[in-house]
Design a protein around this ligand. Structure first.
Ligand SMILES: [Zn+2]
Length: 485
C-alpha cells in the first residue's frame, strides 16, 4: 500500500470530533492502545501506554506531596460495615455504590466487608490509635491505591467502577491549620494540572449539595473538555471534626485538655488521563503535553536503502544524546514501515516532537524537527539537536496550555436566567457563570431543566452576578454551571 493510501485508511478509523465527540474519544483510546475493556462490566485494563501516563502523573505528584511533608502508607482494601455506619452523611453518600464481601474461605463472614470507595473510615479508625497528644500532630499521610464505586454508567478513564487514585489524609491540632492544608493541596493540584498537564482549571468551592459526603467544605478544580463539558480534576476537603468524632480521634492539647483533631482529605484519580485526552486531542488522535508524554521525541530515519545504514547509525547517535540529556526519546528504524505511516502513527499516539533524518540532512549536517501540535518544522544543526529539542518541547508545552486556555475562555460566559442558560447551553456547550441565592431547590431546578450542575463557586470571577438565575432573589454566590462527565 502506498503512503497516501495508508494515510487514508488510517484517518477513517478515528471519527472526527465535530461529528461525534464520544465516538472520537472511544476511537482514540482504542487506536492509541491505552486500554481495553475488562470482562467485568464497568472495569478497564490499563495497557502499558495508558498505565505509563499514570506512572508519570504519579511520579510528579508524589514528589510534590513529599516536598510538602507528606509520606505514603497503605491501608486495607476491605472496610467493616460498622465503620460506615459511624458517619451518617458518609454512609448515605456511598452506600449505593458499595460492593460487599459477604463470604470468604467458604464461610459467611460475621460482618460483611465493603470494598473501599475511599478510606476516611479505615484511616480514621487507625488515627484514633496513633494520635494521643498534640506532639503526635500533624499526621500527613498519602495513599496510592485502587478504589471501587459501582457505577451504572461508565466511560473509560473518566468513570469506571474500579479506578486508581491517591488519597491524602491529614490530622491537625486546629481548624486553621487543617484549612491551610486543604487549600495548600488544592493549590498543588491546580499548579500540577495547569503546568504539568497543560490543562487550565477553575478553582473554587463546591456548593453544599455537591460536596463530599461527610465534609464540612469541599474545594475543586474544574477543567473544560473540547466538547464544552466539565471534568472535576481534583478535590480537597476540610472534614472538620466529623470523622474525628465518629472515630474518636482525640488528643491532649497544649493546655492538657482532650480535643478532637481536625482532618482533611484530598485526591486525584486516573480520570486525569481522560481529561488529558479530551482537552488536547484532535482529529488526528492524541496530543500529549511534553511533560507527561511517555515518549517526548520520536526519531525517524528516512531514505533509500543504500543510505540507510549511515542514517540509522546517526539516528541512534542522536538518540543517545537525547537520552543522556534526560529526554524520553525513541528511534523507530523498522524498515518494514514507511516514513509516512510512522509520521501518522506517532501523531496519533500524541508524541509531541518528531525528528526526521534523511540522506540530504546527513549531507548538510542537520535534522528536521516537527511539532505534533502546530505542525511547525524547524531545520536544526545536528550538534544543536539537544538544546533545540529542549527549547521546542518547552514551547509546545506552553502552546498547548495557551490553546486550551483560549478554548476555555471562549466558552466561558455569563447568564442571568435559567431560560437563558438553557438556550445558550443548546447553542454552545460550555461553562456558564450565574448568580445563585444559595438554595438547594434552585440548584436542583437548574439541573433538572438544563442538565447542567453547579461545578463550583470560583475564587475569582470576571464579574459577580447580583441575582439568582432561578428565583431572581439576591445572589449569595456566583457559580459555574456546566454539564459534567
Ligand atoms: Zn434562587
Amino acid at each position: 500500500m502506498s503512503d497516501k493510501a495508508q494515510e487514508k485508511t488510517f484517518v477513517k478509523e478515528i471519527t472526527p470530533q465535530s461529528e461525534d465527540f464520544s465516538r472520537w474519544y472511544l476511537d482514540v483510546i482504542r487506536k492509541a492502545d491505552l486500554m481495553d475493556y475488562a470482562p467485568v462490566k464497568g472495569c478497564i485494563v490499563f495497557k502499558p501506554d495508558g498505565y505509563e501516563l499514570w506512572e508519570l502523573i504519579q511520579r510528579e505528584l508524589d514528589a510534590r506531596f513529599k516536598e510538602t511533608g507528606h509520606r505514603n502508607a497503605y491501608f486495607p482494601i476491605f472496610i467493616p460495615e460498622s465503620f460506615f455506619r459511624k458517619e451518617k452523611e458518609h454512609v448515605e453518600g456511598f452506600n449505593p455504590e458499595l460492593p460487599w464481601v459477604t463470604e470468604a474461605g467458604g464461610e459467611q463472614l460475621e460482618e460483611r466487608l465493603a470494598i473501599r470507595p475511599t478510606s476516611e473510615t479505615m484511616i480514621g479508625h487507625m488515627y484514633a490509635r496513633w494520635i494521643h497528644s498534640w506532639r503526635d500532630l500533624p499526621v500527613l499521610i498519602n495513599q496510592w491505591a485502587n478504589v471501587v464505586r459501582w457505577e451504572k454508567r461508565t466511560l473509560p478513564f473518566l468513570r469506571t467502577s474500579e479506578f486508581l487514585w491517591q488519597e491524602g489524609h491529614t490530622a491537625h491540632e486546629t481548624e486553621e491549620e487543617a484549612r491551610q492544608e486543604t487549600m495548600r493541596m488544592l493549590e498543588i493540584y491546580r499548579d500540577f494540572v495547569e503546568n504539568f498537564l497543560a490543562i487550565p482549571v477553575i478553582a473554587g468551592q463546591k456548593t453544599p449539595s455537591e460536596k463530599f459526603a461527610g465534609a464540612v467544605d469541599t474545594y475543586s478544580i474544574e477543567a473544560m473538555m473540547k466538547d464544552g463539558r466539565a471534568v472535576q480534576a481534583g478535590t480537597s476537603h476540610y472534614l472538620g471534626q466529623n470523622f474525628a468524632r465518629a472515630f474518636d480521634i482525640q488528643f491532649l492539647d497544649r493546655e492538657n485538655k482532650q480535643q478532637y483533631v481536625h482532618t482533611t482529605s484530598w485526591g486525584v484519580s486516573t480520570r486525569l488521563i481522560g481529561a488529558l485526552i479530551m482537552v488536547h486531542g484532535d482529529d488526528r488522535g492524541l496530543a500529549l503535553p511534553p511533560k507527561v508524554a511517555p515518549t517526548q521525541v520520536i526519531l525517524i530515519p528516512i531514505g533509500p536503502a543504500k543510505a540507510r545504514e549511515q542514517v540509522v547509525a546517526k539516528a541512534h547517535e542522536l538518540h543517545r544524546e537525547l537520552k543522556a540529556a534526560g529526554l524520553r526519546a525513541r528511534v523507530d528504524d523498522r524498515p518494514e514501515y514507511s516514513p509516512g505511516w510512522k509520521f501518522n502513527e506517532y501523531e496519533m499516539r500524541g508524541v509531541p516532537l518528531r525528528i526526521e533524518l534523511g540522506p540530504r540532512d546527513m549531507e548538510n549536517g542537520q535534522a528536521v524537527l516537527v511539532s505534533r501540535v502546530s505542525g511547525e518544522k524547524r531545520i536544526v544543526k545536528q550538534d544543536e539537536i539537544v538544546s533545540e529539542t529542549v527549547r521546542m518541547l518547552d514551547e509546545i508545552q506552553r502552546e498547548m496550555y495557551a490553546n486550551a486556555k483560549r478554548f476555555m475562555e471562549e466558552r466561558l460566559a455569563s447568564v442571568d436566567t435559567l431560560d437563558e442558560l438553557k438556550i445558550r447551553m443548546e447553542e454552545k456547550r460550555g461553562f456558564y457563570l450565574a448568580g445563585w441565592c444559595g438554595s438547594a431547590a434552585c440548584e436542583h431546578q437548574v439541573k433538572e431543566e438544563s442538565g447542567a450542575t453547579s461545578r463550583n463557586i470560583p475564587f475569582e470571577v470576571p464579574e459577580h452576578k447580583s441575582v439568582c438565575l432561578v428565583c431572581g432573589e439576591k445572589a449569595r454566590h456566583t457559580v459555574v454551571f456546566a454539564r459534567a462527565y
